[in-house]
Design a protein around this ligand. Structure first.
Ligand code: GLC
Ligand code: CA
Length: 570
């Protein structure tokens, strides 16, 4: 085995989006005490780590991804005392907590920005990226990730500031050493508090192309922002510095978020030498494929093609092998629900396909992430009016493409949102079949998916055939079988249109995984002469030579008994 062992490589992470998890005080908004109350649920599920989406002080333009004070808790979520209590309770239950670190930008209400904007001579001016316009135009034609120009003109000093996301999320200037020192100090403060790591938001964007070039215009409105604001010349230098000054001093887990990441870049960020981060989130398998409507490419929602998806995931599995650690996810707070997007959320196949997807992901190499509700097979929502949407990304896109430029009909864009919008992931957690799914006694800040009467935690916890129980078993298997953590990945059946199969190899053991990606019976001879032991499957009995609709099977075999194949192992 050429992987150095680490607790975070052996862990299963569960992501909590606090606003939508559990409301303890009946104001319709999830909060820290709500999380604390449900920690026993997570302990029962068996997860090791919680990744907590931001809970810092924030005006909530982007639900906490716009931080106005990194050392305080947003009042809607509770107090620092509530946080400490949550952390202590989690630790008692053996659960670690990883904070979301949003430091590519702050809120425009952060004290640093208030100072920065106040005058060109203020010592904080250079904490952000200010530039003169070109005549009456912004410094570049870049479109922000959330629609509209990436530059905002500020009357007071007659300059523009850069915001890659909303105009309430000004980008910090990482070229300024004082910015970096301030961030490291804040990180140290949290580490000293006893938190267990960081998920680093948009971390590949902290160094910008110093030439600030114009981007190609693809939607007839603005120029593209990428790649000029990502993978800049100093990003690795800054992260190595962060590692030296903060990360290396604690036994913590780190995972960096990086849209547009390549394998070679991932190896730099999360290489085995440990000089930067522990692992990275790449976006390749959740990004649009070859899009038919380039203007609205982001919202393109063809059902993913197995061959394309498998090529991407296998490429990452083999590309990182022995070089860097990877992370595994189907969904998160920025993505639609896994079972709706990659599986089949019809009444007939929801449970089967949710389990199939879980098997496929959890048997791969890397640290798996479960997004709240995924373990119940929660589904996408139908958004039939823009007034049902809460996400600033959706609202801004609607304003730009429907209201302002009439480039797409309201109906069509809402269909896109129902398939791809971030709000799908943000509907309240479905705890039971009582009012509001047991999330809150008050009207929730965003509508509950009406299918909560059928899909909810209470009905699944004690049902051995539920999606919940299946996830619980997958997590337990990972904890019990080193091969699932450290085994080498090898693709199988790469020509199949219907089956995703692979094996994992560790010492004398082979783990064979096969998943039927379709709703048909499919021929599969992989298990015909196996002498292995079945570790898990979403069917109780099997038909020889066949994988049933969405069937997933995992076998563990001793290599000595599969001599005919051993010759090809390297
Ligand atoms: C990341 C977050 C996303 C947020 C954005 C800006 O992509 O995951 O939710 O909107 O960064 O902070
Ligand atoms: Ca609340």
């Amino acid at each position: 085995m050429n992987d150095k062992k680490a607790w975070w490589k052996e862990a299963v992470v569960y992501q909590i989006y606090p606003r939508s998890f559990a409301d303890s005080n009946g104001d319709g908004i999830g909060d820290l005490n709500g999380i604390t109350q449900h920690l026993p649920y997570l302990a029962d599920l068996g997860i090791d780590v919680i990744w907590l989406s931001p809970v810092y002080m924030s005006p909530n333009d982007d639900n906490g991804y716009d931080v106005s004070d990194y050392r305080d808790i947003m009042p809607e979520f509770g107090t620092m005392k509530d946080f400490d209590n949550m952390l202590a309770t989690a630790h008692e239950l053996g659960i670690k907590i990883v904070m979301d670190l949003v430091v590519n930008h702050t809120s425009d209400e952060h004290e640093w920005f208030l100072r920065s904007r106040s005058s060109k001579d203020d010592p904080y001016r250079d904490y952000y990226i200010w530039k003169d316009g070109k005549g009456s135009y912004p410094p570049t034609n870049w479109q922000s990730v959330f629609s509209g120009s990436a530059w905002e003109y500020d009357d007071l000093t007659g300059q523009y500031y850069l915001h890659c996301f909303t105009k309430k999320q000004p980008d910090l200037n990482w070229a300024n050493k004082k910015v970096r020192e301030s961030v490291y100090e804040m990180m140290t403060w949290w580490c000293e508090k006893g938190i267990d790591g960081f998920r680093l938001d948009a971390i590949n964007m902290i160094s910008k192309d110093p030439s600030f070039p114009e981007g190609p215009v693809t939607d007839g409105l603005y120029g593209e922002l990428m790649p000029y604001v990502a993978q800049g010349p100093h990003v690795h230098e800054y992260l190595r510095e962060m590692n030296r000054k903060v990360l290396s001093k604690y036994d913590i887990m780190t995972v960096g978020e990086a849209d547009g990441l390549s394998i070679e870049e991932a190896v730099k960020y999360a290489g085995n030498d440990g000089s930067e981060l522990g692992m990275m989130f790449h976006f390749e398998h959740v990004s649009k494929g070859a899009t038919t409507t380039p203007v609205f490419g982001k919202w393109d929602h063809d059902h993913p093609d197995l061959t394309k998806l498998r090529n991407i995931l296998n490429k990452w599995q083999t590309g990182l092998e022995g070089r860097a650690w990877g992370s595994l996810y189907w969904d998160n707070h920025d993505q639609p629900r896994a079972v709706s997007r990659f599986g089949n959320d019809s009444r007939q196949y929801r449970v089967l396909s949710a389990k199939m997807l879980a098997t496929l992901l959890h048997m791969m190499k890397g640290t798996p992430y479960i997004y709240q509700g995924e373990e119940l097979g929660m589904t996408n929502m139908t958004f039939s009016s823009i007034s049902d949407c809460r996400d600033v990304e959706q609202i801004n896109a609607y304003r730009q493409y429907v209201t302002k430029h009439g480039m797409i009909s309201s109906e069509e864009l809402l269909k896109c949102f129902s398939a791809m919008g971030r709000d799908n992931a943000r509907t309240p957690m479905q705890w039971d079949n009582s009012m509001n799914g047991g999330f809150s006694t008050a009207a929730p800040w965003i509508g509950v998916n009406p299918n909560y009467t059928e899909i909810n935690a209470a009905s699944q916890i004690n049902d051995p055939d539920s999606v919940y129980s299946y996830y619980k078993k997958l997590i337990r298997l990972r904890h019990e079988n080193e091969i699932i953590v450290y085994g080498k990945f090898r693709p199988l059946l790469e020509d199949s249109d219907c089956i995703y199969a692979y094996e994992r190899i560790l010492d004398d053991d082979v783990l064979t995984v096969a998943c039927n990606w379709t709703e048909n019976n499919v021929k599969c001879s992989l298990f015909d002469c196996t002498s292995g032991r079945e570790l898990i499957s979403n069917y109780d009995d099997h038909t020889p030579g066949i994988l049933k609709p969405y069937e997933a099977r995992v076998y563990l075999t001793r290599l000595a008994t599969t001599t005919n194949r051993s010759a090809s192992f390297s």
